[in-house]
Ligand binder design. Structure first.
Ligand SMILES: Cc1cc2nc3c(=O)[nH]c(=O)nc-3n(C[C@H](O)[C@H](O)[C@H](O)COP(=O)(O)O)c2cc1C
Length: 174
């Protein structure tokens, strides 16, 4: 599968088969996040891979919008370190995107559980601390997201996107 095909086929998959992900398949997905670029090439991100059922179930309670983790056989939490780079949020976000796309390539589905909340620091700390405690994440790391992973138990068609000209313009904003 070429990259563009993965980009076009990617959907958020929240229903998973109860089928284990082989080690080498999961490792490819982990590596996609590992190899993702970072601002100034600084190592601001960490990826925590979770397969323990009990931990996944507790992670599902981080926010009301990631209950799909109850069915996911694996997840990756992505953290950023503001002490290392001012681009920690972008670094972690790009890693999320690479993980999501590689999941498509290896036949997995992925869902995005937003943890970091830019507008409500109190809510953000509550969510992040929940994940931090479960995964033993140091206090100086920000928890950006938890991505669920599993073999899809749903087939979603490509989306109808908003008109391209509303998003893409040339030479100046329009
Ligand atoms: C920054 C960001 C935050 C998101 N947060 C959540 C979330 O907390 N829970 C969830 O189920 N989906 C979440 N999503 C998934 C989006 O809702 C989903 O990607 C969007 O509706 C488009 O659907 P598609 O991925 O199938 O194209 C998030 C996606 C992004 C990029």
């Amino acid at each position: 599968m070429d990259v563009f095909q993965a980009i076009k086929e990617r959907r958020e998959i929240t229903k998973y088969l109860s089928k284990e992900i082989p080690e080498d398949t999961l490792k490819k997905v982990e590596d996609a996040g590992y190899y993702a670029p970072t601002g100034n090439n600084l190592p601001s991100k960490n990826l925590i891979v979770v397969k323990n059922r009990d931990t996944l179930n507790q992670l599902a309670e981080t926010t009301p919008y990631m209950k799909w983790l109850y069915d996911a056989p694996a997840a990756i939490a992505i953290t950023g370190n503001p002490e290392v780079s001012k681009y920690w949020l972008q670094d972690a976000s790009i890693a999320c995107a690479f993980i999501w796309l590689e999941a498509v390539e290896v036949g997995l589905g992925s869902a995005f559980g937003a943890v970091y909340h830019a507008e409500d620091q109190e809510e953000s700390q509550k969510r992040e601390n929940h994940v931090r405690k479960l995964l033993n994440i140091p206090n100086n790391r920000r928890v950006v997201a938890v991505l669920g992973l599993g073999y899809p138990d749903e087939k979603l068609e490509p989306k109808n996107h908003i008109p391209r000209e509303e998003i893409v313009s040339y030479e100046s904003f329009s």
